[in-house]
Design a protein around this ligand. Structure first.
Ligand SMILES: CC(C)(COP(=O)(O)OP(=O)(O)OC[C@H]1O[C@@H](n2cnc3c(N)ncnc32)[C@H](O)[C@@H]1OP(=O)(O)O)[C@@H](O)C(=O)NCCC(=O)NCCS
Length: 174
């Protein structure tokens, strides 16, 4: 099992819950944050997103965490792990998104590295994927920095994406 809460050097992570609806709404209405991940969502879209993530946590014992600046307590973004079906195969994806005010400081790399470690350590997954828009060079850079590599192009949820994959390093055991 992964922890409900944990900290990295600069971030505090909290298991996504009903109490985070306000922060999620704010993120989902941020055009820059959402540009590469499907565009802004309305209130119904955010409520449905939250419900999917709550169900995921209950079913699988892991999911997405909300992120806070460890020093100031300001809402920073979200990141985590989720199941998805790709070309008929069950996979686990690492995902992350930060509010624009927090870009360019290495924070996505910091939290993605922790999520990858949790996937290979706590969950002992043999492999992990990430989907990214072809134009999302910053995210591709993050994925490479945390050890994932380009695998192929895929269509998921009607969107053409680039699929990255990482495999569990020997030694990263639970
Ligand atoms: C993509 C995103 C997560 C990056 O977050 P971040 O905290 O700025 O990322 P980091 O600072 O950890 O690393 C970004 C890296 O990409 C590089 N980079 C940023 N923009 C770049 C660009 N246009 N071209 C090439 N490299 C770029 C940075 O220099 C950095 O690499 P470095 O540490 O070697 O210098 C952030 O912009 C975001 O949340 N975007 C909206 C949601 C999103 O797209 N999520 C990812 C979905 S797959």
């Amino acid at each position: 099992m992964v922890p409900d809460t944990y900290s990295t050097d600069r971030l505090r992570a909290e298991r996504m819950s009903e109490s985070h609806l306000g922060e999620l709404r704010m993120m989902h209405q941020d055009t820059r944050m959402m540009a590469m991940i499907g565009g802004v969502r309305d209130e119904a879209g955010t409520a449905a997103y939250l419900e999917r993530h709550l169900v995921h946590w209950r079913q699988h014992g892991f999911g997405f965490w909300m992120l806070w600046d460890a020093d100031t307590g300001t809402s920073v973004g979200l990141a985590g792990l989720r199941h998805l079906t790709l070309d008929g195969e069950d996979e686990v994806e690492v995902g992350y998104g930060l509010l624009p005010a927090f870009w360019g400081r290495g924070l996505a790399t910091e939290i993605a590295r922790e999520c990858v470690h949790q996937a290979f350590g706590y969950l002992a997954l043999p492999s992990l994927v990430a989907l990214t828009n072809d134009a999302n060079v910053a995210s591709q850079h993050v994925l490479r920095k945390v050890g994932l590599t380009y695998e192929r192009e895929v269509t998921h949820d009607g969107r053409r994406s680039i699929l990255f994959r990482g495999t569990r390093p020997t030694g990263d055991q639970p």
